[in-house]
Design a protein around this ligand. Structure first.
Ligand code: ADP
Ligand code: MG
Length: 328
């Protein structure tokens, strides 16, 4: 099983940023209101994600580290409308097979409670030991890839790895405005985002994550037709190319890179505005869960729409209409 875990780790754990994503998604699934991400040395030394979610009970702690022990799927019907972000029960097992992992959790409100389990490259300590922790969970991942030197060699500079982490953090924080998020690197707090869903708080978060210029030159939209809703912000053409990579598209709260979506946006953008401009956007598509299959790939950046044409046309016409109103 150790080898199987390490192989699976190759799928899920590519670099510190993928660890941050998996741990934060678990924290989201646990109903957390606040999630803190802390790193040292770009994540190569330490990645710690701390949440105030449901916690993991003492008896379940060792289970959480074993493969396919997920608690999130109870029946086949669940697979149809998977609402939680993780469901394959692979992330913690994979991460713990290539790092020194410490999982501390408490399901009670009493902060004197709490339990910890430690795994070092899968050599799990036999016992779960008491460890005080407020309600919620902390996962510390130290020395990522310490036992797979070939993979450790693939880690880039601290700056590059942290850049990937920041991008993962941006996507996570943009996916859930109701959650408070903190990002710390080498003891320095880089983001401290309060969880709130009002328009002003959302815009403050966008400014903090994407730069205040993003909103100065963006159009807000919110359109709904036949069970499909599209809302968010689309940047209008500027002469600055600095924002060229600011393209965020979420389907039911998950970040998605999809050709059909990209095509619809590009087409609407080109049709209405000048040619040769790079669209920048933060857009949220909300659909019935049955309309979309989000689990095409383990890292889940892909989606498959039941009716791609319908979604494409909705995106195109919504954006076309919104942009058309502000045509320069
Ligand atoms: P998956 O998310 O696919 O279920 P993981 O390996 O990521 O698999 O996590 C295994 C299990 O551990 C989860 O199903 C969940 O029950 C528990 N778990 C992991 N992280 C947390 C957390 N932050 N809060 C509460 N439970 C957690
Ligand atoms: Mg998970």
């Amino acid at each position: 099983p150790r080898l199987a875990n390490q192989i699976a780790a190759g799928e899920v754990v590519e670099r510190p940023a993928s660890v941050v994503k998996e741990l934060a998604e678990n924290a989201i699934d646990a109903g957390s209101r606040r999630i803190e991400v802390e790193l040292e040395s770009g994540g190569a030394r330490l990645i710690r994600v701390r949440d105030d979610g449901s916690g993991i009970a003492e008896d379940d702690l060792p289970l959480a580290l074993s493969r396919h022990a997920t608690s999130k799927i109870e029946s086949l019907e669940d697979l149809e409308g998977v609402a939680s972000l993780g469901f394959r029960g692979e992330a913690l097992a994979s991460i713990s097979s290539v790092s020194r992992l410490e999982l501390t959790s408490n399901v009670e409100e009493d902060p004197r409670g709490g339990w910890r389990v430690v795994a070092e490259g899968r050599q799990m300590e036999p016992r779960v030991s008491p460890a005080p922790h407020p309600r919620g969970t902390s996962v510390s991942v130290r020395d990522l890839f310490f036992n797979t030197p070939a993979r450790r060699k693939f880690l880039r500079t601290e700056k590059t790895e942290f850049g990937h982490v920041e991008e993962a953090f941006r996507r996570l924080a943009l996916s859930r405005y109701d959650i408070g998020w903190t990002l710390r690197h080498n003891q320095k707090t880089l983001h401290q985002l309060r969880g709130a869903e009002d328009a002003a708080s959302r815009e403050r978060r966008i400014g903090a994550l994407l730069g205040s210029k993003f909103l100065d030159n963006a159009l807000h939209l919110d359109l709904e037709t036949g069970g499909l809703r599209l809302w968010g912000w689309v940047g209008l053409p500027t002469h600055s190319r600095a924002q060229a990579d600011q393209q965020y598209f979420f389907v039911n709260g998950r970040v998605v890179r999809d050709r059909l979506v990209a095509h619809a946006i590009r087409q609407a953008y080109r049709d209405v505005l000048f040619h040769g401009r790079h669209p920048v956007f933060v857009l949220y598509l909300e659909v019935e869960p049955s309309v979309v299959d989000v689990n095409v790939h383990p890292t889940k950046h892909e989606v498959r729409f039941r009716d791609g044409r319908l979604v494409h046309d909705f995106l195109f016409s919504s954006l076309h209409r919104a942009l058309g109103e502000v045509r320069p």
